[in-house]
Design a protein around this ligand. Structure first.
Ligand SMILES: [Zn+2]
Length: 156
């Protein structure tokens, strides 16, 4: 249900989490327990996380953060962004680098996910960018409410 791709460069470990985070997920076994350095957590392919998954997530990342590991969350998928908005300490003191956001094309009706850097979003002051459709280059619309999806930006 959860797959992890792990790579290391210097003192930075990058993990790509793929699947559904729920009962029985063992981040200790999947990622290990680093102490110090940086851990980049890419959740672009996390399809879903339920309440038990959230509990395991917070327990694990709080422990790792307490070990002195700097947490950086990247390409957070929509279910992860929802949790970031709902739960204040979901990132356990880590930083969010980028999020994934669902868009629909007004021209050809295709749907796609675009990765948005937090630094760029801050420059737009709460507005959503309108990336061109990868298929037909037409104008696109964000599939959710920007105020709700980007609510976490106002917290820090
Ligand atoms: Zn299109």
């Amino acid at each position: 249900m959860v797959n992890i791709e792990k790579s290391q460069s210097g003192s930075t470990i990058t993990v790509k989490i793929n699947g559904v985070i729920q009962e029985g997920v063992e981040f200790d076994k999947l990622i290990g327990t680093p102490s110090g350095g940086e851990l980049v957590i890419n959740t672009k392919d996390v399809k879903r996380i339920n309440s038990t998954g959230v509990k395991h997530w917070i327990q694990y990342f709080q422990k790792i953060a307490a070990n002195g590991v700097k947490l950086r969350f990247s390409e957070c998928s929509p279910p992860i962004v929802d949790q970031i908005n709902l739960i204040k300490n979901f990132t356990c003191g880590g930083s969010i680098e980028s999020i994934s956001a669902p868009f629909s094309c007004a021209g050809c009706n295709s749907q796609f996910i675009s990765v948005l850097a937090i630094a760029d979003l801050r420059k737009l002051q709460g507005k959503m960018p309108e990336p061109p459709c990868p298929k037909c280059k037409a104008k696109t619309v964000f599939d959710d409410s920007p105020e709700e999806y980007l609510a976490f930006l106002k917290r820090s």
